[in-house]
Design a protein around this ligand. Structure first.
Ligand code: DGJ
Length: 695
């Protein structure tokens, strides 16, 4: 099966990936018509798709053509539904009229070039089949000798097939309560998910799933994500007759991007994943896509991390860090990261961001001595940075007050007492690359935690204005890419006040994500539950911190805290100096147990067996080979009638025999799936980890 077929007799294209097909055609008038996105089809089926005439009656009702029948809705004519592209030509005309010009096919990629029927302006539509996912993006080309202003430039229009009803699932939230699964029926109108903050933000993930009432194990689901680390927008527009299209890409909020003569701009990638067998199937496809095609070093097992933020906050001194490092190493940690507070001028939030040199009092000889000690303990060494921000009280700001986003006649907005560096500017990008290279060369640093604790405001950098929303993210990517190229062995964690930047664009450039500042193990279960709809546990860092946690003041036993963090990338963030020996010994056992199952957790097939809003949260992970199954169960408060739960596992081999290593009990896969695994949960904050090995 080839990924991309051109059916020359019908002037149509059929794209086929793992479990899905996508079809489009050029009409006799030269328009590009969307035919199908969904389950697999054969080339012969395209004849039937073409016969399904999408013309509708009602000159005063519908956009023409209907938006769900177009590959890219370009504003102009009678296109009154949500459009993907809107430009203004130099003569003031604000309507497009695109027609097919040519196409190219190479392996798993199709490019279709559309050009305006009057103006020298082209839109190249790109398609790439990636396993069970389809990537789409658009390149906009100004071939003329006058500027064209892009007012709206989404990556794609996704047309969905008709369904009698639609339900949307998305991951909403706020600071410290990210990725809460939200599910609502769609009514006629528009569901808009977006960020206007210059980062993806906490309010929603750039991810949306749509189905007609699918469950975990059955039902077709369509989903779309935007691989963009800035302001994004997903708009699902449902007409009263059940026709639905999704517009996905960079948010047009405050956007005004002039395309100079002879230049082009390429939108970010938007990814479409179709699943025929419910949300389990959809989750498997997203996880596989991220691991195979997105994250760097996908095959490297992620280390057990220690991060000192909640232990010492800004009070970072070598003696106390070393004491934490010794204890962390004793528990089995493999990477030790010093968080905010290690650099010159940083005693609290008020100063220092921008000057990435160690505090001369605390670290008179730089970071090398501490890094060496950490290495001698058998761990890697990492540091926290916030490269895109600058404190007004910093040497960098004093030297370059013009390097921030600002309007000359307006007050500058401080957030967490910083400004935002204008990474849209080449000189600022170069400075940051040099500053980070200098830091990484100053000591044997193996990892960075890259944070950002403010939104972008005053979108002007003194050079371009409405383009800054694009330029900042492009600058962020350029700096990350250049630093990674220079220091290829350094691991990077993405963070923006917790989970404010956890999108596919940043995931292509970082090893993992910090999903939330909320380290309360109970709250974390709902955050993690939602996170795994869109992302693999292989990117999901989770720390065990002190009880009570500083945010929620909730007290939770160590066992529950560890089990909760062990369902992703295990990290430890408590003040180990205060932990009694008994807690350290218990913690070391959990770390050792995690290392027994982590390949399964990080690379396996995950099933959410129950979760928010249920009072029991349970998950299972099956190793890729199928030889190990790890089952986690949690209950914050167990009522007598719930002292045991019967967890019906999913995705096992019914004929195989699985053995519980702790008890020696043998179960068939069929029994575990159809009858269930009995797990005892007793008392408050009860949790269990059951590890089954295939006999
Ligand atoms: C916000 C992050 O989410 C925290 O983990 C910590 O790194 C602080 N910033 C440090 O300022």
């Amino acid at each position: 099966m080839t990924a991309v077929n051109h059916l020359t007799d019908r002037n149509a294209f059929l794209l086929r990936g793992d479990g899905f097909a996508y079809a489009l055609a050029v009409t006799p008038d030269g328009d590009l018509r969307h035919l199908h996105w969904g389950g697999p089809l054969e080339p012969d089926d395209v004849t039937g798709l073409l016969a399904d005439d999408p013309r509708e009656f009602g000159s005063n009702t519908w956009s023409s053509p209907r938006a769900h029948t177009e590959e890219l809705v370009a504003h102009g004519g009678r296109r009154l539904d949500e459009s993907a592209l809107k430009v203004e030509f130099a003569d003031g005309v604000r309507a497009l009229d695109l027609a097919y010009r040519s196409h190219t096919i190479s392996a798993d990629q199709l490019t279709v070039r559309l050009a305006d029927r009057h103006y020298p302006f082209a839109a190249e539509l790109h398609y790439r089949v990636r396993g069970g996912a389809l990537e789409r993006w658009t390149m906009l080309v100004n071939d003329g000798d006058a500027p064209v202003v892009l007012d709206r430039a989404y990556s794609a229009t996704w047309g969905l097939p008709w369904q009698p009803r639609w339900e949307a699932t998305w991951l909403a939230g706020m600071y410290a309560t990210e990725t809460q699964v939200t599910r609502r029926p769609l009514g006629a109108g528009r569901l808009v998910l977006e960020s206007r903050r210059g980062i993806p933000g906490h309010a929603a993930q750039p991810w949306l799933a749509l189905d007609a009432g699918a469950g975990d194990e059955a039902g077709a689901v369509w989903s779309v994500a935007v691989a963009w680390s800035g302001s994004w927008r997903l708009a699902a527009e449902l007409a009263h007759d059940g026709r639905l299209h999704v517009t996905a890409g960079v948010n047009d909020f405050d956007l005004r991007h002039p395309l100079a003569p002879g230049t082009s701009w390429t939108t970010p990638v938007t990814v479409g994943v179709y699943a025929s067998a419910g949300h389990d199937d959809l989750t498997d496809r997203w996880h596989a896509y991220e691991r195979r095609f997105v994250v760097p070093r996908p095959d490297v097992v992620r280390p057990v991390l220690y991060n000192g933020w909640e232990a010492t906050f800004f009070d970072v001194r070598p003696e106390s860090q070393l004491e934490l490092a010794r204890r962390a190493a004793g528990l089995g940690a493999e990477l030790f990261v010093i968080d905010d507070g290690w650099f010159a001028g940083r005693k609290d939030e008020s100063a220092g961001v921008g000057d990435w040199t160690p505090d001369p009092t605390a670290f008179p000889d730089g970071l090398q001595p501490l890094a060496d000690e950490v290495h001698a303990l058998g761990m890697r060494f990492g540091v926290w940075v916030e490269p895109e921000a600058v404190s007004p009280d910093s040497d960098l700001f004093r030297a370059h007050p013009d390097w921030i986003y600002q309007w000359p006649t307006r007050p500058r907005t401080l957030a967490r007492q910083t400004h935002m560096l204008a990474l849209s500017r080449p000189d600022v990008r170069t400075h940051l690359v040099e500053a980070l290279n200098a830091l990484l060369s100053s000591a044997p640093i193996d990892a960075l935690k890259w944070d950002l604790n403010r939104p972008l405001t005053e979108a002007s950098d003194g050079v371009g204005n409405g383009s800054v929303w694009l330029g900042h993210v492009e600058g962020f990517y350029e700096v990350l890419d250049r630093v990674r190229a220079r220091h290829p062995d350094v691991w990077i964690e993405s963070c923006a006040s917790g989970g404010g930047r956890a999108d596919l664009g940043v995931m292509a450039r970082t090893e993992w994500v910090w999903p939330s500042d909320n380290t309360d193990a109970l709250e974390r279960l709902t955050i993690q539950h939602g996170y795994t709809y869109a992302h693999s546990p292989h990117t999901m860092m989770a720390w065990v911190t002190d009880s009570p946690t500083y945010l929620t003041k909730r007290e939770i036993p160590l066992r529950f805290r560890f089990h909760s963090a062990m369902t992703g990338l295990l990290g430890i963030g408590g003040n180990l100096a205060d932990w009694p020996q008994s807690a350290l010994a218990e913690a070391a056992e959990y770390v050792a147990q995690y290392k027994q199952v982590r390949a399964t957790v990080q690379y396996g097939v995950m099933r959410r067996l129950s979760g928010a809003p249920d009072d029991v949260t349970a998950l299972s992970y099956r190793s890729p080979s199928g030889h190990q199954v790890a089952v986690f169960a949690f209950a914050p408060s167990v009522r007598h009638l719930r002292r045991t739960v019967q967890l019906r596992l999913r995705g096992l081999d019914p004929a195989a025999v699985y053995v519980d290593g702790a008890t020696g009990t043998r179960y068939s896969g069929a029994l575990l799936m159809h009858h269930g695994l009995r797990v005892g949960l007793v008392g408050d904050y009860a949790s269990e980890l059951v590890v089954l090995d295939r006999a």
